[in-house]
Design a protein around this ligand. Structure first.
Ligand SMILES: [Zn+2]
Length: 252
């Protein structure tokens, strides 16, 4: 199945490869490009959980030699996105639903605390920055990836307004873990608008210095994200070859 999938894949264009390397953490190296491309293929479900990944076929898809691809595969293995397959080689890791639940439990608690502390400690300037972010988000294109990126910045600003460096560090680690879980939950129909209206309510509570309300709203926001995450995981896991074929046609 993997072979058929790769055979039908258009080789990535140079501009698509460049786009993979243009993110904030890009080193510009070939292995970084390979890492980003394969990671996106897993996150978008083009490579499904449990599916074997073969180095040579990835080389053909990425138009790269084995060295950078091998390096990318090692990184994905240490991220936990790839695992040793029975009988040798690597396959895409299956989602561990218990781990996802544990991750969101901690996130709900930390995001709630961050919002409560921001309501208590955030100054006028920080509230103004949050309001300016809400404003600019209304003008963003309807692209889930763009909104996912802005969402991360928005939350990071709340953590900064909370003024607790240990909380900040814990939340940044959690965000890295969530980023490995798959496609952004902003891809769910209606989620972009829904999430930003939840953000507006959180900022309003922070502006009023209402820490109880800010915490309750932030917790509800994360719980909603968790529901959507579970739905997205179910969709990726159940998507048959036909669905993946259609998704593949939209490869950048
Ligand atoms: Zn959010």
């Amino acid at each position: 199945m993997w072979k058929a999938l790769i055979d039908g894949m258009e080789p990535l264009s140079d501009s698509a490869l460049a786009a993979f390397a243009s993110g904030p953490r890009a080193s510009g190296g070939l292995s970084e490009q390979a890492y980003r491309a394969i990671r996106e293929a897993i996150q978008e479900g083009w490579l499904a959980p449990g599916q074997r990944v073969l180095e040579l076929e990835l080389c053909a898809w990425l138009k790269m030699s084995r060295t950078p691809v091998r390096e990318a595969l090692r990184r994905l293995q240490s991220d936990g996105m790839l695992v040793h397959a029975a009988g040798g080689g690597l396959s895409v890791a299956q989602h561990d639903l218990r781990a996802v639940a544990e991750l969101y439990d901690v996130r709900e608690s930390l995001e709630g605390t961050a919002a409560a502390l921001a309501a208590r400690n955030g100054d006028v300037t920080e509230v103004h920055i949050l309001e300016a972010m809400l404003d600019s988000h209304r003008r963003l294109p309807d692209d889930p990836k763009v909104h996912a990126r802005e969402n991360a910045l928005f939350h990071e600003h709340i953590y900064r307004a909370a003024r607790n460096r240990f909380l900040l560090k814990s939340l940044q680690d959690l965000h890295d873990a969530v980023a490995l879980l798959g496609r952004t939950t902003f891809a769910a129909p209606g989620r972009i608008r829904e999430a930003w209206s939840e953000h507006e309510a959180i900022v309003a509570a922070i502006r009023r210095h209402d820490s109880t309300e800010a915490e309750a709203l932030a917790r509800a926001h994360v719980r909603r994200g968790y529901q959507l995450r579970l739905a997205a995981i179910a969709e990726t896991t159940q998507a048959g070859p036909q669905t993946r074929m259609e998704q593949r046609l939209r490869l950048p």
